[in-house]
Design a binder for this molecule. Structure first.
Ligand SMILES: [Zn+2]
Length: 188
């Protein structure tokens, strides 16, 4: 199975906050227990503006200075080159989806993934899928608890049609990997 091969060989290239020179949060974190994932895109900066960790630093600056958040709002960000950046630690409350931050990890695909804007790369998709698989292993976040931003807030186009089309496929692929026994255990 191709999907299995991707995950087997697909290592997660995860850059910690220290590695991208994150600023500290402005206020103490609040904790939460991650149970689901909400997907986003950055829209601005787009994939064409991406310059590795500098772009993640710029997103943190936008969130801390322009939007008045304590820290970068997302828990993970994925670059068009497939590098995954650690945002807020997974066990602290994010700031990515009004009214639905509690219990949800925010994953942001860096780029504008509305129709006919930028194209999701294979590296991005592979990193997203691998990250979801790790999040299942680390926190038992089941694919049935994936949502995207627009499902919680109809006023936003986030995360763009391209990401929206891929999430159900992520769910299918991961369910086939996790297998029925685990699924039954989780549903008990
Ligand atoms: Zn969003």
């Amino acid at each position: 199975m191709i999907e299995k091969k991707i995950l087997k060989i697909g290592r997660l290239q995860l850059l910690s906050r220290a590695e991208w020179c994150a600023e500290p949060p402005k206020e103490p974190y609040e904790t939460h227990i991650p149970r689901g994932i909400i997907f986003h895109h950055s829209a601005i900066p787009g994939a064409s503006d991406y310059h590795g960790w500098r772009t993640v630093k710029e997103i943190q600056r936008l969130h801390q200075q322009d939007r008045g958040f304590s820290d970068i709002g997302y828990h993970f960000l994925i670059g068009p080159d497939g590098i995954v950046f650690e945002g807020r630690p997974a066990r602290v409350l994010g700031a990515h989806t009004k009214s639905a931050n509690q219990g949800n990890l925010g994953i942001c695909f860096i780029g504008d993934y509305r129709k006919q804007r930028e194209v999701l790369t294979l590296s991005t998709l592979r990193a997203g899928l691998t990250l979801c698989y790790f999040l299942f292993q680390w926190f038992e976040i089941h694919p049935s608890s994936y949502r995207w931003h627009r499902q919680h807030n109809p006023d936003t186009e986030c995360p763009g049609e391209q990401v929206m089309e891929w999430i159900p496929r992520f769910q299918e692929i991961l369910l086939s990997l996790i297998g029925n026994d685990t699924e039954k255990e989780l549903l008990k």
